[in-house]
Design a binder for this molecule. Structure first.
Ligand code: GDP
Ligand code: IMO
Ligand code: MG
Length: 449
């Protein structure tokens, strides 16, 4: 397989974990390039379901090398939990999982700051973060105060942690004055932060243990990747989140703090743009979003939008966060989003997932353009306020009203399902590479990939 970048084309949860697992069969190395344990990538293989947050979804294929790239913000406590869960289920990461010395760490104080910052935001300005410390960790990276995995190997590591705890406590004292909806403690897994203040000795003690456990996985992964490339090995770059959550191209400020788009794959791995041969975009046959922010085709949100079709999508698609369990908002396929994703990522092939969820609709709508203040537009507005005002322009197609999850050849799709798939690809640009018709590895039709 050529060196491939895999990106989410919508607001995350498109089924990236499943598609990475399928493509890993033809790759030698899988490298995650951004995000952190805000991700939840589901892989169902050999009847077992696993949700990966930091370890690349290729880990379930024996003998494949997995890399956590420098663009990731890695929470060592979450990673240790994930490594132990893998080990308990018979998969040994040691020897084939490597973490870049340049990878920034999400520390307990970043999680505390994430929660305290969200609590201080007024209604309408909340982002609905996953509470995983992602924003504060990337903020530390760009303010040049972050701790990297390479620092864990230094004798000064625990002193650096202590320094950072003092700084975080100063910020938390300010945030405590501004909090609107939380109590006086902040709960993060494994530790309660009483009265918005971290206990430096306790935190340093936690990271002394972490250092021992993770040190064997940390290496400079740039030479590893370039050596592999020189040997003609095939590298798969795994994105998390999705295009519309990108810090630059998404619905700012209702976004994550990294670049899930394909450009992020170079920044987040040390491979160059010339090393990328192919870009695969993962897109659902409808749309979902979790957290706050505009969503033009939204039908259902488990709070105040109760459209029956949207509810059917949520139920049939099991649309709950893989880690946070939060209900996802649902709506029709938005081809403006997909076309924009095709452009900013340079998507060659689509992996279209969850077609089976659409098996029960007599009529299916596709958003082909927007109406903004009475004017039809076919581009993605750059402002979230404008996107919140657009009205979707729909095209309607007949549904196929029969099961697709048992199909084994693309040619056997019911004609109306085939027409729907063809229309989505025609509107979105690029070519169809993979069609997914169920959550398991086997429920995958390979077309052009
Ligand atoms: P990711 O974050 O992009 O990896 O996606 P998630 O794992 O968060 O969410 C995708 C969900 O859809 C998971 O529960 C998958 O098991 C499931 N899934 C993936 N592909 C399909 C499919 O083709 N059909 C159905 N019904 N479920 C799918
Ligand atoms: P995967 O990789 C869906 C959303 C959050 C919130 C916003 C910012 O599984 O597709 P953050 O914690 O990153 O600061 O939250 O981004 N979000 C996701 N939504 N899938 C994800 O990951 C997400 N990761 C973050 O809900 O709206
Ligand atoms: Mg997910």
């Amino acid at each position: 397989m050529p060196n491939t970048v895999l990106v989410g084309a919508q607001w995350g949860d498109e089924g990236k974990g499943k598609v990475i697992d399928v493509l890993t069969a033809q790759a030698d190395i899988v490298v995650r390039y951004q995000g952190g344990s805000n991700a939840g990538h589901t892989v169902i293989a050999e009847g077992k379901k696993r949700v990966l947050r930091l370890i690349p979804s290729g880990i379930l294929h024996e003998g494949k090398t997995c890399v956590i790239g420098n663009g990731v913000v890695m929470n060592p406590l979450d990673l240790i939990e994930e490594i132990e869960a893998m080990r308990a289920s018979g998969v040994e990461p040691k020897g084939r999982l490597f973490i870049s010395t340049r990878t920034q760490m999400v520390m307990l104080y970043h999680r505390a700051l994430d929660k305290a910052e969200e609590a201080a935001r007024p209604a309408g300005k909340k982002i609905g973060t996953t509470g995983r410390g992602i924003g504060p960790a990337y903020a530390a990276k760009v303010s040049r105060t972050g701790l990297r995995c390479g620092d864990m190997l230094s004798d000064r590591f625990l002193d650096l942690v202590r320094e950072q705890v003092e700084e975080a406590n100063a910020k938390l004292r300010m945030l405590k004055q501004e909090r609107r909806d939380e109590g006086s403690d902040i709960e993060v897994p494994g530790c309660v932060i009483r009265d918005y203040q971290l206990d430096a000795d306790e935190i340093v003690g936690i990271y002394a243990v972490v250092k021992e456990k993770l040190a064997p996985y940390i290496i400079d992964t740039v030479p590893l990747l370039h050596r592999a490339k020189a040997e003609g090995k095939s590298i798969l770059m795994e994105g998390a989140q999705g295009t519309m959550l990108d810090i630059d191209f998404g619905t700012y400020p209702f976004v994550t703090s990294s670049n899930p788009t394909s450009g992020g794959a170079c920044i987040g791995t040390g491979l160059s743009p010339r090393d990328i041969d192919c870009v695969v975009g993962v897109v659902k046959a409808y749309t979902t979003r979790v957290g706050e922010g505009p969503f033009p085709t939204e039908l259902y949100n488990a709070v105040d939008l109760q459209d029956a079709d949207g509810k059917t999508m949520a139920e049939r698609g099991n649309e709950f966060g893989a880690v946070t369990k939060r209900p996802r908002r649902t709506g029709w396929y938005d081809a403006v989003v997909a076309r924009y994703a095709q452009q900013v990522n340079g998507i060659d092939y689509w992996a279209l997932t969850k077609l089976d969820v659409m098996d029960v609709f007599p009529k299916i709508k596709i958003c082909v353009a927007y109406e903004l203040d009475g004017r039809r537009i076919d581009y993605m507005p750059s402002s979230a306020d404008e996107l919140a005002r657009v009205k979707p322009v729909y095209e309607e197609m007949d549904g196929w009203m029969c099961e697709t999850s048992n199909i084994t050849r693309f040619e056997d799709l019911p004609p109306k399902a085939r027409a729907y798939v063809d229309r989505l690809i025609e509107l979105s640009g690029g070519k169809l590479g993979i069609l997914s018709i169920g959550p398991a590895r086997e429920s995958t039709l390979r077309i052009g990939l």
